[in-house]
Each structure stands twice: as C-alpha cells, then as structure tokens.
Design a protein around this ligand. Structure first.
Ligand code: FMN
Length: 147
C-alpha cells in the first residue's frame, strides 16, 4: 500500500510519533510519506491507499479535550474515502479526544478506522501494535486482506 502520515504539532511530540509511525509502516513493507498538514504532498495524498492523521491534545487537562489545531487539519483538501487511522499525543489526560479526531476524519471524507493516544513521555508504548492493526484494518477495508 501507499500510506500518507499527516500531522499537526507545535512542540514536536506529534511530529516524532508521526515519524515513528512512518518508520513502522515502512518496516511492514509499505511505501510511506510523512508530512505536516500544511506541507502535505497533494499528489501523494491523492494517490495514497490509507492515511494516518494525528495531532496533539488541547484542553484544560481535566476536561474540554479536543484535537489541537483541528482547523489546520481541516484545511487539507480531503481524504476522499480512504481508510484513516488517528493518533494523538497528550501530557496527562486525553479524554475522548480520539473520537473527536474521528469527527475531523469524517468531515474530511475519510473512512474512520479508529485511533490511539500516545503519552508524550512514552511515545513508543503500543505504537508497533497500533500500526500493524491499523494497516490490517485498512487492507481489509480495501479488500487486500491476506491470510
Ligand atoms: C494549549 C494547550 C493545551 C493542552 N491541553 C492538554 C490537555 O488537556 N491534556 C493533556 O494531556 N495535554 C494537554 N496539552 C499537552 C499537549 O497535548 C502535549 O504536550 C502534546 O504532546 C503536544 O504535542 P506537540 O509537541 O506535537 O505540539 C496541552 C498543550 C497545550 C499547548
């Protein structure tokens, strides 16, 4: 598959997770490109089979959690029905931020696969399994599943 990883990041945590996801996808044998949402390669995105969309957690720690800079994510021209997994970094409490990333993905026209939060102090926790599960789910949606 051709996979696009698109993210927003202010202080580098989500950018780092995006690069780690990109490396894990490549390790599985897929083609991958990783971009900040404002610099995304539109030819590549248009061609991509699946997307990972990520950002940081904005809120007041105990509540009000929402995807950070979601307006910038919504500025992407579209995801055009592609299977899309979400990822979000946070410091202490992320609440239901992933569901709200799902809302962003749906507004962009993506096929929401679900997603995962990554605590900024432990970015690698669960990352490899998340990528394998998301890639498998995308292949299933695209009818590329193999036994
Ligand atoms: C304005 C603002 C609000 C934040 N609110 C929360 C929050 O409610 N819960 C939380 O766990 N982290 C919160 N954080 C921390 C960030 O989500 C966390 O540091 C994240 O990894 C930053 O990602 P970045 O380095 O890609 O910008 C907040 C950060 C900022 C700047």
């Amino acid at each position: 598959m051709k996979v696009a990883v698109v993210y927003e990041s202010r202080t580098g945590n989500t950018a780092a997770v995006a690069e780690m996801i990109g490396a894990a996808v490549q390790e599985l044998g897929h083609e991958v490109g990783v971009w900040n949402s404002r610099k995304v390669n539109l030819d590549y995105l248009t061609d991509a089979d699946m997307v990972f969309l990520g950002t940081w957690t904005d809120g007041i720690i105990i509540g009000g959690h929402r995807p950070g800079d979601s307006g910038k994510l919504l500025d992407i021209p579209g995801i055009w029905g592609k299977p899309t997994a979400g990822f979000v970094t946070y410091a202490l409490h992320a609440g239901n931020v992933i569901e709200k990333v799902g809302d962003v993905v749906k507004l962009l026209g993506g096929d929401w696969l679900g997603g995962r939060t990554f605590r900024r102090q432990r970015k690698a926790d669960g990352l490899a399994n998340f990528v394998v599960a998301a890639v498998d789910a995308a292949e299933e949606r695209l009818g590329l599943a193999h036994s």
